[in-house]
Design a protein around this ligand. Sequence first.
Ligand SMILES: [Zn+2]
Length: 292
Amino acid sequence: MPELPEVESLTAFLRERAVGRTVLAVDVVAIQALKTFDPPVSALGGLTVTGVARHGKFLDLDCDGLHLVIHLARAGWLRWRDDLSGAKPVRPGKGPLAVRVRFAPDDAGAAPGFELTEAGTQKRLAVYVTKDPDSVPGVAALGPDPLDDAFTVDALKRIVGGNRTQIKGLLRDQKVIAGIGNAYSDEVLHAARMSPFKIAATLTDAQIADLHEAIVTTLREAVERAHGLAAKDLKAEKKSGLRVHNRAGQPCDVCGDTIREVSFADSSLQYCPTCQTGGKPLADRRLSRLLK
Ligand SMILES: [Zn+2]
């Protein structure tokens, strides 16, 4: 799933290539991906892309004041196409293509654009056409952005204070902090040497400062690594930069212990026992419940 660093890179990538271009048409292939009906998607035709922004994990193309807001969800991706002039119209229900954005041909006759694709059977990719990005419920509910200057140690202290949830769940809650998902929450907790099951409200001031440092550093480093990469190369870069996420059974780069996995909410998390839990493996609650 693309998280803050990947969406930040896609934003920069699109800003470079799409700003100044005129939208020829937006073809919605997977009809369930379109979450708004007024204004219609056809209203984007003829407008010029004036800016590209990121809100949490949402991409926002500003087209003369009308916004195309995109959420790639778990299995969505964006693919830039240098020339769509020869592309065949696509029938709904075939393959991973969800939305195609076509721009007007340039002087050389090429008509570039981009495609939003979604793998798998669970279709969660979402696009919105709106005059106000804050009218998108997921955008309106976003917590502070960890790359924003306003995200200080004190801001994090206010977030965790009195919060009785496990820190792993708190980090990926978009309403609490925007942009961190399953992968980077594992990475942040490994960098902070903290158990994912720790209750937020029990963190000391020193631990909150460490966690803040880990959040900002982990995300900034990932953004830097992804900077300048083409959209098609981002997925491989994300994978190669991860230290614990999806690396169960492999040795920890820091201490050499074996990275472990435990189920969490609707998926699983990975962590290093030596770095994060005093050497003790975390109990898999789902498994132990089954064994009782
Ligand atoms: Zn370790």
